[in-house]
Design a protein around this ligand. Structure first.
Ligand SMILES: Cc1ncc(COP(=O)(O)O)c(C=O)c1O
Length: 391
């Protein structure tokens, strides 16, 4: 039988609908120019604790190299429970995942059916749109309004319909740095109860909240707690984003279903790495790390507002979301601004577009990661000053 020479691979509409990484070209340029990367949230600060690294080595040497409990190493689940603001049963309510990235997909696949609607805030974490698409669901965006990135309660209420199955939140937020306050969470709770929907909240930055502000988990809010799934991560808190460790927190009934999906997606995260954090994480000083991160936020604010950007200080997380229109006079979009900064100062930040449902809303914004070593941020300052003195 003759084989066809021009076979076209069939790609599912689910996969074909995904945009892929819109920033690939920028990263290539940045690498060519030896630029300082303030684009991604990859931790440059804090440093991974050396006892966690030693413990990983010992776990591997000690023979912990095979499949283990798909729901996660029990000691690690206990350690994670110790870091949460309200009690969670490690055996029935916590599941270790391959980063928050897996946790997010598992949560959506467990909760929504194709065609269901998911309410989310806009701008928000880029992966949310894609994960909702992968689950075959329909996003219903609620705009956050500049300069302080709050939602209008009437616009939030209008996003709910009989098809709403879930609300997907992120607090502290990427890219805005907003920490949803109790009043906002109570407004969410009233609507989630009224429409009987599940709330999924990405709380990966919960350890990085600044200025003595309180981080309120959805698990502390009546109306959200009993219908909530928390997506968490060790990537940022312990600066081990490459270890790919995250977790899901939910009530025992939802957890059983989440675990079935998780058994299909990955069947568990890397055993020795889980064991290592389980044994060693006690020594990580999350409070000091949060204060140090706050100082980096201040330094980044000083550098970029000094340059002329307008920025509402991040309340938490690791990003500044900055308005560059005072610098561009609205004449160029933020991608052109980002390319110019890369060219003149050798500093890479990202355009705001990908964070918005309608990318043109991001034309005047850029996102800047500040979870970096202070010396690196000072070098950024030096480079920007030097570039501006030539202008
Ligand atoms: C809001 C948010 N959620 C999740 C992630 C990914 O977390 P993980 O490394 O645990 O997959 C990131 C990474 O930048 C993020 O900003």
């Amino acid at each position: 039988m003759a084989h066809s020479q021009n076979h076209q691979p069939y790609i599912s509409s689910r996969a074909a609908a995904l945009d892929g990484n819109s920033l690939g070209e920028l990263f290539l340029l940045a690498r060519e120019r030896g630029a300082i990367d303030l684009a991604l949230g990859t931790p440059g600060y804090p440093e991974p604790a050396s006892d966690i690294i030693d413990a990983a080595y010992e776990a591997m040497r000690g023979g912990r190299n095979q499949y283990d409990h798909p729901s996660g190493d029990v000691l690690l689940r206990e350690r994670i429970a110790d870091t949460l603001s309200t009690p969670a049963d490690p055996l029935t309510e916590l599941t270790v995942t391959v980063g928050a990235t897996e946790a997010l997909c598992v949560a959506l696949l467990t909760v929504v059916d194709p065609g269901d609607e998911v309410v989310l805030l806009d701008p928000g974490y880029e992966q949310f749109k894609a994960a909702i698409a992968l689950a075959g669901a329909v996003p219903r965006f609620v705009p956050l309004h500049a300069p302080d990135w709050r939602f209008d309660p009437a616009e939030l209420a209008a996003a709910f319909t009989p098809r709403t199955r879930a609300v997907l939140l992120n607090s502290p937020g990427n890219p805005t740095g907003r920490v949803l306050d109790r009043q906002e969470l109570d407004q969410m709770a009233a609507l989630c109860e009224q429409w009987d929907v599940t709330v999924i909240c990405d709380e990966v930055y919960s350890n990085f909240v600044f200025d003595d502000r309180a981080q309120t988990s959805i698990m502390e809010v009546p109306g959200l707690a009993e219908r909530g799934i928390v997506v968490g991560s060790l990537s940022k808190s312990y600066a081990i984003s490459g270890w790919r460790l995250g977790f899901l927190r939910a009530d025992p009934v939802r957890t059983q279903s989440l675990r079935r999906v998780h058994e299909l997606t990955t069947n568990g995260a890397a055993t020795p790495l889980q064991v290592a954090v389980g044994l060693a994480a006690v020594s990580a000083d999350l409070k000091t790390a949060a204060q140090e991160m706050g100082r980096r936020r201040d330094l980044a604010l000083e550098i970029f507002t000094g340059m002329g950007m307008k920025i509402s200080p991040a309340e938490g997380g690791c990003f500044l979301f900055a308005d560059v229109s005072p610098l561009t006079g609205g004449l160029k979009d933020s991608k052109a601004f980002v390319l110019e900064l890369l060219d003149t100062a050798g500093v890479l930040i990202v355009p705001g577009g990908p964070s918005f449902a309608d990318p043109s809303r991001g034309d005047q914004y850029v996102r800047i990661a500040f979870n970096r070593q202070a010396d690196l941020l000072r070098e950024v300052e030096r480079r920007i000053r030097a570039a501006r003195s030539v202008e």
